[in-house]
Design a protein around this ligand. Structure first.
Ligand SMILES: Nc1ncnc2c1ncn2[C@@H]1O[C@H](COP(=O)(O)OP(=O)(O)O)[C@@H](O)[C@H]1O
Ligand SMILES: [Mg+2]
Length: 345
């Protein structure tokens, strides 16, 4: 991220338009919202700003003159405000007002819709490539059920009948668990839903799904979870991130197996999530490229090249960071760092 990317924004007006701008812009890491203001103390955007710990500034001339704002978004629709902004804004600061700021809002909303579409299509493409694994996992209990049912048709001993019926019930439960996990994963992430997400649980959930991506047979699993690792974000999106990183790790160890390590640690108000493999590694000069959309070294049908692009988008949105440590033929560690979320209350 370049420093020149950083924009300090002030939002004037905290009604419907101001609130929408606030909701959309606060997700973007390179934008700092230095304050929001409204004449009406009960304006909905002011309430939201307090929740997001964004300064509510009552004194408008102070907001205009003293906060180093680069961009004023005027969502008041008030011609007096417009005049006052033009008269008092610091030189070099820009103003977006009226229909222009509504246009901005529409564009951002459109972009976030496109992003959600991209996420969804990548997820579905992923599930397509899981098909063989899923079929295998569903077929095993089905074969078992078939065998048991054939036995039952002949069985006379009541105790054995009961036992085998119980085995059938267990096998059916296993199959429906697979279907449940997959349906939950394939559904669209519900938008704008930031909640407390327990990371360790999500890692386990992701592991169940990533199993379908590739066989975990020759892979040793190590889990080192620190209890209480929780972050703020959209649970569906975080799951998507973890499934992607685990799938990549497993793919990297396709030849000859290896060790997959999932680790969480919490310190200094930060949650670290580490996903390590002992696979093929990533060449130093590829480290930037791998985040580009459609960059893949995998065969068609196996990779879309959208995985890490989406991972980066989501992690940015959660105000997190990604670090990679990799050595050719030794393995790769992806470390995600998020601000620690405190349980409410
Ligand atoms: N853990 C890893 N080990 C080695 N290479 C990796 C790893 N993760 C990602 N890569 C490389 O980055 C590329 C892009 O990954 P990604 O965006 O997830 O797309 P895809 O998995 O569909 O190829 C992969 O094709 C692979 O070359
Ligand atoms: Mg991938």
């Amino acid at each position: 991220m370049e420093i020149s990317d950083h924009t300090k924004v002030a939002i004037l007006g905290a009604g419907r338009d101001g609130l929408a701008l606030l909701d959309l812009l606060h997700h973007i890491p390179s934008i700092e919202i230095v304050g929001i203001t409204d004449r009406n103390p009960a304006a909905p955007g002011l309430q939201r700003a307090r929740e997001l710990q964004i300064p509510v500034i009552i004194n408008v001339p102070d907001l205009i003159g003293n906060h180093g704002v680069n961009l004023f978004l005027d969502a008041t629709g008030d011609p007096e405000m417009e005049a006052s902004l033009h008269a008092h804004k610091p030189p070099g600061a820009n103003i977006l007002s009226g229909s222009a700021s509504r246009l901005l809002w529409k564009l951002i909303r459109h972009e976030s819709k496109l992003e959600a579409e991209l996420l969804q299509s990548e997820k579905l493409a992923g599930i397509g490539s899981f098909a063989a694994g899923i079929a295998h996992d569903i077929n095993n209990p089905l074969q078992l059920i078939l065998g048991l049912a054939e036995n039952l048709a002949e069985e006379r001993d009541l105790t054995t009948v009961h036992e085998q019926a119980q085995d059938i019930i267990e096998a059916v439960k296993r199959t429906s668990a697979i279907c449940r996990d997959l349906t939950r994963y394939s559904r669209r992430a519900s938008p704008h839903q930031d909640v407390l997400v327990p990371v360790n649980e999500k890692l386990d959930e992701a592991l169940k799904i990533a199993r379908y991506a590739s066989s975990l047979h020759d892979i040793e699993m190590i889990k080192q979870y620190q209890p209480g690792a929780a972050v703020k974000g959209n649970p569906d999106e975080l799951l998507h991130v973890l499934v992607n990183l685990i799938t990549n790790a497993v793919h990297a160890m396709e030849r000859g197996g290896g060790t997959l390590t999932l680790e969480t640690t919490v310190h200094d108000g930060q949650v670290h999530v580490r996903i390590s493999d002992t696979g093929c590694g990533i060449a130093l000069d590829k480290l930037d490229e791998i985040f580009e959309p459609f960059f893949t070294t995998k065969a068609p049908g196996k990779g879309t090249g959208l995985g890490l692009y989406n991972v980066k988008t989501i992690v940015n949105k959660m105000h997190g960071a990604i670090a990679i440590d990799s050595q050719i033929d030794r393995g790769t560690t992806f470390t995600l760092t998020f601000p620690k979320a405190e349980p409410a209350g």
